[in-house]
Design a protein around this ligand. Structure first.
Ligand code: 9MR
Length: 480
């Protein structure tokens, strides 16, 4: 059982922490560079205000520095792309695709068949099944065709499952007018138009368990059926709009539940992506620094799924700054990783530190071909043999005292024996800082001998940074 952190030595002030732990590490490291290194995608939407030029330049700077995947908040939806029947508007979507290309980012398309943000003219055909089928097919043909080869993955069907019962959502023009087969058809038509795009089913509340009465349990049965029938589906998008555990009295979702879904999907050779993450607090409550740090831990737990599960590759946040967030409409606040002034929050630090310190176990490391294979798999019936890619238990890698080196050239080296830390290779005084895995400074000391006693720190995983003159080394340490 872990003990509470014993604070020894000099503890950094909150000013340091607020500045972002990233400043303690290599200056050129960003979420994006670390995501690239870990073969995952990390991203945020481009908020609707960006498309009209209504956001400060700093927003875009942050966006392109920190993220390697992008999705439009509203601009590729049905009402935006086909506001009038068979008259398409691609201006905003084109703007985003151009931005993504200029900045080397992957593009998600969101969303083709959804009950919401459907223009009124579609409802005129609500009693005409054949017409509705041709409306949906024509929409997919044009929109997917327009961005063929430029949009890497599509949310083909969004939110088609009921909130309350394990069944399809009934209040949907597509479901009411066509029946559930609109879903299968949408996948088939999209695949026909762009066979190289990855095709996802996307929904919320999928982190609430995979029992048959939960949304994810119902979905899993459908995915099995789709795979068996050769429907071209390659991924499930978990929106993951969740509330902080302490303010949500009915909280039933968890990273563990979502991880279980990822493991089940792996058996079907289907990917899991986190597509719309935010972790808000109830509106109106006072949010303290420790609340924000706990929020950071939850962000990190969801990231762990993406890092550790071989069939998970995407971590996309539904916004950049709390200032521009849809969450107030849901009676929530402060659910993102930058604050109102575009300053990184503890959640940013947690994600950063996790990416810096994650080391994949050798046998389950994501390779370029797994994480970044944008080629749609052939999912025709003959090819649907379930392949068990379930992650191996990775706890074993943390049970050793070995320190793992982050790729950072330095003349310094670090060694730990029991609780004695030795820093070798220094020619001047050495300063040692210890951080917890959320990036919080918990211990700091310095001397010239290079031998440091860490016996007062509680057991657990830490990041140890040693500096001597212009040399620096940062390693993860397991204190037992
Ligand atoms: O963030 C979007 C907001 O600006 C729109 O008003 C809203 C309308 O439906 O859609 C929001 O985005 C949603 C996304 O498209 C699907 N999952 C839920 C998202 C948050 O509501």
């Amino acid at each position: 059982m872990k003990k509470a952190h014993a604070l020894v030595g000099v503890v950094f002030g909150t000013a340091f922490f607020g500045a972002g732990i990233s400043s303690a590490f290599a200056a050129d490291e960003t979420l994006r560079s670390l995501a690239d290194k870990n073969n995952i995608y990390i991203g945020a939407i481009l908020n609707s205000q960006w498309f009209g030029g209504g956001l400060p330049g700093e927003y875009e700077q942050i966006h392109k520095q920190q993220f390697n995947i992008v999705v439009a908040e509203n601009e590729m939806k049905f009402d935006a792309t086909e506001p009038q029947e068979n008259r398409f508007n691609y201006n905003s979507g084109d703007k985003m695709v151009k931005y993504a290309k200029e900045n080397g980012m992957r593009v998600r398309g969101h969303a083709l068949a959804w009950h919401s943000q459907v223009p009124n003219w579609v409802n005129n055909y609500k009693n005409d099944k054949q017409k509705l089928l041709s409306v949906l097919k024509n929409h997919i043909k044009n929109v997917v065709g327009h961005w063929k080869g430029q949009v890497d993955e599509w949310d083909v069907v969004n939110e088609a499952i009921s909130n309350n019962e394990p069944m399809w959502r009934s209040y949907s023009v597509w479901y009411q007018g066509i029946g559930p087969e609109f879903i299968d058809s949408a996948f088939v038509w999209t695949h026909e138009v762009d066979p190289d795009a990855e095709l996802c089913y996307n929904d919320y509340n999928l982190e609430q368990g995979i029992n048959p009465n939960a949304k994810a349990g119902f979905l899993l049965e459908q995915v099995k059926r789709w795979v068996k029938n050769g429907i071209p589906i390659h991924c499930v998008g978990s929106q993951t709009h969740v509330e902080d555990t302490t303010t949500d009295k009915h909280f039933i979702g968890s990273p563990d539940s979502l991880r279980s879904l990822a493991k089940e999907l792996a058996k079907l050779n289907i990917k899991l992506k986190i597509t719309e993450l935010d972790i808000g607090f109830k509106s109106g409550i006072n949010v303290s620094q420790s609340d924000l740090e706990r929020q950071g831990q939850t962000f990190r737990q969801y990231l762990d799924i993406i890092l550790e599960e071989p069939n998970a590759d995407t971590y996309l946040i539904w916004g950049v700054s709390d200032k521009w967030s849809w969450l107030s409409g849901l009676n929530r606040q402060k659910g993102l990783i930058y604050d109102d002034n575009l300053k990184p929050k503890p959640a940013f630090d947690s994600i950063m530190v996790r990416l810096q310190t994650y080391e994949p176990p050798k046998d389950t490391a994501k390779t370029d071909s797994i994480a970044k294979d944008t080629t749609a798999k052939d999912t025709t019936a003959k090819d649907t043999t379930a392949k068990d890619t379930t992650a191996k238990d990775t706890t074993a890698r943390d049970s050793t005292d070995a320190i793992r080196l982050l790729a950072m050239p330095s003349s310094l080296s670090m060694h730990i024996a029991g609780r004695t830390l030795s820093i070798n290779g220094a020619t001047s005084r050495i300063k040692v800082d210890v951080f917890d895995m959320q990036g919080r400074p918990i211990f700091s000391t310095e001397n010239s001998s290079g031998i440091f006693d860490l016996s007062k720190i509680a057991e657990g995983l830490y990041i140890v940074q040693a500096r001597s003159g212009s040399h620096k080394i940062v390693q993860r340490v397991n204190l037992k």
